[in-house]
Design a protein around this ligand. Sequence first.
Ligand code: NAD
Ligand code: MLT
Length: 315
Amino acid sequence: MSTFIVVSDGMDKEIFKQLQGVENFEVFPEAKISQEKLQELLPKIEGLVIRSATTVTADLLEKAPNLKYVIRAGEGTDNIDKKSCEQKGVKVSNTPGANNNSAAEHAIALMMTTLRKTAWAHNTMANGGWDKSKYTGVELADKKVGIVGFGRIGQIVAKRLAGFDPKVKFYDPFIEKSDLPYATKAKDLNEIFETCDVISIHTPLMDATKGLVNKELLSKIQPHAILVNAARGGIVDEQALHDCLKNKSFRAAGFDVFATEPLEENSPLRKLDNIVLTPHLGASTEEAQVRVGEMAVHQMKEFFINNNLLNEVKA
Ligand code: NAD
Ligand code: MLT
């Protein structure tokens, strides 16, 4: 008897072929399928691989009585109703570490483009312009960088910044110290928002971090400072962010993630001239997609063939 596997979001093509080649697996022949197709396949699915586009809800689980295992090919599992999975006996895993470097580099890319205005300058050039004075930027070197959430990605960001001779302040309720000589723990979030030149968010989205960066904290950011979020939408209050940027209460922002994704076509954030937006690209590198795919295939095989559950994420 073969096990029916569906990859409902994007996956590296070669890795997808490897999954299709696994004996005893019947893999639906396309990855990244439509919602309608997913609904149609649900009654048969036993193993499901997702990224951030598919949301595993209680309703989806109701319609998937044969589902035994969901793999989040990535880090954040906020798009999976883990409590309902637990109640239904559906196991959940992610692929920790596989895309962390890419996410960290993307946060740094957002810092650089926001500080040096390269994305906005490109828009002008693409429209025939040549405007040097409008795009005078500021350096990243020697700046005080505040990192909110000093886990795997936050720490990689701090490490990769070394060449910029930064002073790093981090805030994380569960981490006391850093091995990096230039990184010290802030006494609280206020210290980060009141004193840092660059602030980068790296916490997961969960009850405790939903709306964590609220109107009050945003209002503490210094006028010359910038804010970057390549972690999750919903951590930063988007309405308050919009108002601060519109009023130029701080310099600029770089955002990869949004409370609703895709970001609404008419979102007022799209109209601002001091935010750089990317469509959840943090993990979208060739290297990260190979790594997350390889881990997902290995974990799927271990679960269904060797009865071995790796990297379980509990509710
Ligand atoms: P991690 O679990 O290693 O680190 C998260 C850290 O946040 C932990 O150290 C934790 O103690 C800390 N934290 C928890 N609550 C906090 C709070 N209230 N204030 C400050 N810190 C708090 O996770 P990670 O691998 O570093 O990934 C972080 C998040 O980045 C993921 O959960 C995911 O949402 C996001 N991510 C985004 C992309 C992307 O494509 N943009 C890619 C990968 C990961
Ligand atoms: C993650 O949490 O790993 C990110 O959302 C990356 C992704 O899968 O696109």
